[in-house]
Write a protein that binds this ligand. Structure first.
Ligand SMILES: Cc1cc2nc3c(=O)[nH]c(=O)nc-3n(C[C@H](O)[C@H](O)[C@H](O)COP(=O)(O)O)c2cc1C
Ligand code: SF4
Length: 488
């Protein structure tokens, strides 16, 4: 993973934990009611892909175990991982693109409801993504995939040569020379793997996204409602289709790109289609970025405007993330696909303990506060959820007390200790297992391996009843807080 040049090391500190009485009187553990969003406390476990679904995207026993473990901590809300809205193969990523997924998803909602005693609201993140291919082997790419154009012939002085001879000549060139000879897009396909963009409007399926996506999101939301979720989180963040529409890099000239008013159009239309399809009390929120954190990407001014538009269009909550883009991701090895959390924008999304002067803790709070203020200025009280390096009660309470956000989300801290919420609420914060922000979990995510935390995945792996990863080395869920509960 990319690291800031300053290489300053930080360690998370719990600070002062509240007594049970202080916790009871805190903002963090107070109920929150606004519009359709109703939470027993102002805490939130944001979406985290744990790579536990089947190859067909079905819910497994491991998926149920994963969410049960979070639900036992009774946070205000859990957002189920990014779940694909199309009925297309996408590896072990959860899917909701067909009614056949309903029985598995129903089990998931029942499991969370039971484990949290009905205290935790359950949302599911709906994602669309475009085609991405693995980085090809050099000869294969140059001999088979690359289209030989006049520009390429001109660049290597091969006008009139038979195609085979041109390809053979290209195979003799090193990477630097190929960069000069190929178009930037072809060179990207060669050196990183082919990646579709929302601006590839010469492709029918890309041109038609504004027609197809509202229906796909609406159908997925209807399934989520049928499966018993309390609501959906439209994934408008990171490297995926909807975030790419919002990005300042979106130059489509069909009314869905260019100026911010056009870039926000499809996300607003998707929300309208979803809202039209679901019951009146069903929650429809979104996840979006405070900043793209890439060259030429959306700024805080753009995103403040987007948030105002979403609020005006009736979004029930706006959950803020940051960065996580393809554009600055590390080039993958041959045979692997590029991964969006490997560059600087990836660092901004999941800041790790080796950081710069700003540090990894609460890095998204100030940009989030600016968006919160912009939404309020526009006259809306849409709940704003903030995430990024938050792990202590003091941090969380301070964010709420200073009205920089309305709900506080802990992703990696919840993974490190899913009992964080119960421990802190009951005055036993000193027993919290603090996240060390090493991004070991994220490394597993990058390799599409079952995500676990290094602080607990080797603990008591030989105890009966402990579920292990396929290689038998790591436990799949955090050990229980009170060992006398069940014994695993
Ligand atoms: C393993 C892992 C998987 C993640 N998957 C998702 C995801 O599916 N959707 C999403 O919006 N964010 C995802 N994230 C980002 C988190 O929701 C969160 O925004 C980020 O980790 C920063 O919060 P934190 O510092 O509390 O961990 C993931 C993070 C991790 C560590
Ligand atoms: S592996 Fe555990 S300690 Fe390390 S960043 Fe992930 S959750 Fe935190």
């Amino acid at each position: 993973m990319w690291k800031p040049a300053a290489r300053i090391k930080y360690s998370a500190a719990g600070g002062r934990w509240p007594s049970a009485e202080e916790a009871r009187q805190s903002l963090l553990f107070s109920p929150f009611e606004r519009g359709r969003l109703s939470l027993a406390q102002r805490t939130w476990v944001p979406a985290m892909v744990p790579w536990r679904a089947t190859e067909d995207g079905e819910v497994t026993a491991d998926v149920l175990d994963w969410y049960r473990r979070f639900a036992e901590g009774k946070p205000g809300a859990i957002v189920v991982e990014a779940t694909g809205i199309r009925d297309i193969p996408s590896g072990p990523l959860l899917r909701i693109g067909h009614d056949r997924y309903l029985p598995g998803l129903e089990k998931l909602t029942e499991t969370v409801r039971e484990a949290s005693g009905g205290e935790t609201r359950l949302f599911i993140q709906l994602i669309d993504f475009l085609t991405i291919r693995r980085r090809p082997e050099k000869t294969k790419f140059l001999q088979r995939f690359l289209a030989i154009t006049e520009e390429i012939r001109d660049a290597i002085g091969a006008s009139g040569w038979p195609e085979e001879k041109v390809r053979n000549r290209l195979c003799e060139l090193d990477e630097d020379s190929l960069e000069k000879v190929l178009s930037p897009r072809d060179f990207e396909s060669f050196s990183r793997g082919y990646r579709q963009r929302v601006t590839d409007v010469e492709l029918d399926e890309i041109r038609d996204l504004p027609k197809t996506l509202p229906r796909l999101f609406a159908a997925a939301a209807l399934r989520a409602e049928a499966a018993g979720f309390d609501g959906v989180e439209l994934h408008y963040a990171h490297a995926y289709t909807m975030a790419s529409f919002l990005s300042a890099l979106n130059t489509r000239n069909d009314g869905y790109g260019g100026a911010p008013e056009n870039r926000v159009r499809l996300p607003v239309e998707v929300l309208a289609a979803v809202r039209e399809n679901v019951a009146d009390d069903f929650v429809c929120g979104c996840r979006m970025l405070t900043e793209d954190c890439i060259e030429g990407g959306s700024s805080l001014a753009d995103t403040s405007y987007f948030a105002q538009r979403f609020a005006g269009a009736g979004m029930d909550f706006i959950s803020l993330s940051r960065g996580g883009k393809f554009e600055d991701a590390k080039a993958p090895r041959v045979g692997q696909a590029v991964y969006p959390y490997t560059g600087r924008s990836g660092y901004e999304c999941m800041p790790a303990y080796i950081s710069d002067e700003a540090g990894p803790f609460g890095r998204n709070v100030e940009p989030g506060a600016a968006i919160h203020a912009a939404v309020r200025q526009a006259g809306f009280d849409t709940p704003i959820v903030i995430a990024g390096g938050i792990h202590s009660f003091e941090q969380a309470e301070d964010i709420l007390a200073s009205e920089r956000a309305d709900v506080v989300a802990l992703a990696r801290q919840s993974l490190a200790d899913p009992d964080w919420f119960t421990k802190v609420k009951s005055g036993r914060g000193t027993e919290v297992r603090l996240c060390e922000y090493t991004n070991y979990c994220e490394g597993l995510d990058t390799k599409h391996k079952m995500v676990t935390c290094q602080l607990w995945d080797r603990v008591d792996t030989d105890k009966p009843g402990v579920s292990l990863t396929p290689d038998g080395k790591r436990r799949t869920t955090a050990p229980r807080w009170r060992p006398d509960d069940i014994g695993n």
